[in-house]
Design a protein around this ligand. Structure first.
Ligand SMILES: [Zn+2]
Length: 311
């Protein structure tokens, strides 16, 4: 792995500067003093990224993605139902419209539509957008931008799952999302929880390379405090935060699934079994409490954050 020599040193790129945490594929992850979250330098351009997302994502990088999504759909629906329940607890009775930015194959929106929500999605992947349209969903094959935002109307909720880590200027995107929310509107953000304590133990103590550093697809590397800070900076008040399952726990326990797809799938299946058992036995509330506790320790594979737009 090249770039080891710059780790731990300060590095500057235009207005962005900070300590180098990792160096992969010609990119350095810095703890940026300007942005107050971790991201790679150099930051890829919109043009470089657009090409990647229109075609590569589902067809090349994740060929099994849709097939596995369908296999896991019963579990995904328990995740989505819990998310809608949390949103509904924080909205007035009539407020049931949602825009999903980066709506993927559409199953999250389908769950909402079946609960009586008015749903809309935008999705840059042609394959995923077409799949959503075949499910009968209102999903457009566009990016969320200054140009497209005025055509979309306003919403009670904006969901962004696995989006902000890919965006060159996430603060601009969040401010734009803020402008599309109704009064008392909510945003739900899901991003990877990177450089978390379990990963640091794996890298520092057990000799793992930082497999979660994945430029150019992953530009930003958030955790609970830095995402909360960015949301506050963009005009949001955080209402609730929780983690997803700390899948990296399997690595600490000795199941090294990095680069081992079959073992990764087996670990993921155990996690799904655990969560389905809790929800189907009527104790989904325990998951909420457990994952809120993990979030408070910055543990868990992903950050899930619900925030209200301050208007
Ligand atoms: Zn920066």
């Amino acid at each position: 792995m090249s770039g080891e020599s710059s780790k731990g040193h300060h590095k500057q790129w235009h207005d962005h500067g900070g300590t180098v945490l990792s160096s992969v594929n010609g990119f350095d992850v810095i703890d940026c003093a300007e942005c107050k979250f971790k991201h790679v330098i150099p930051i890829p351009t919109e043009e470089e990224l657009e090409k990647a997302y229109r075609h590569e994502y589902y067809t090349q990088e994740k060929p099994l993605y849709l097939e596995r999504y369908r296999q896991d759909l019963e579990w995904w629906n328990t995740v989505y139902t819990r998310r809608y329940e949390l949103l509904e607890q924080n909205l007035s009775d009539g407020a049931r419209s949602i825009l999903d930015i980066g709506s993927g194959p559409g199953f999250f929106l389908l769950n909402g539509q079946q609960r009586g929500w008015r749903v809309k999605g935008i999705e840059p992947s042609i394959e995923a957008a077409t799949h959503s349209q075949k499910l009968g969903l209102d999903v457009e094959n566009i990016f969320f931008s200054e140009e497209t935002a005025p055509t979309l109307g306003t919403f009670d909720v904006i969901n962004m799952g696995e989006v902000l880590e890919h965006i060159p200027a996430p603060a601009d995107l969040l401010k734009l999302a803020h402008s599309k929310l109704n009064v008392n509107g909510l945003i739900c953000i899901i991003v990877p929880n990177d450089f978390n304590p379990f990963q640091e133990a794996l890298e520092g103590h057990l000799g793992f390379s930082p497999w979660w550093v994945a430029p150019p697809h992953h530009i930003n590397y958030f955790d609970f405090p830095t995402l909360a800070g960015l949301l506050a900076h963009c005009g949001f008040e955080v209402l609730h935060q929780e983690s997803t399952f700390p899948i990296d726990l399997f690595l600490l326990m000795g199941d090294n699934y990095v680069g081992n797809d079959a073992l990764g799938r087996a670990c993921h299946t155990r996690r799904m079994n655990f969560e389905k058992a809790m929800v189907q036995s009527g104790r989904g509330d325990v998951l909420t409490k457990l994952y809120t506790g993990f979030a408070n320790q910055n543990i868990g594979r992903e950050v899930v954050m619900f925030a209200r737009a301050v208007k």
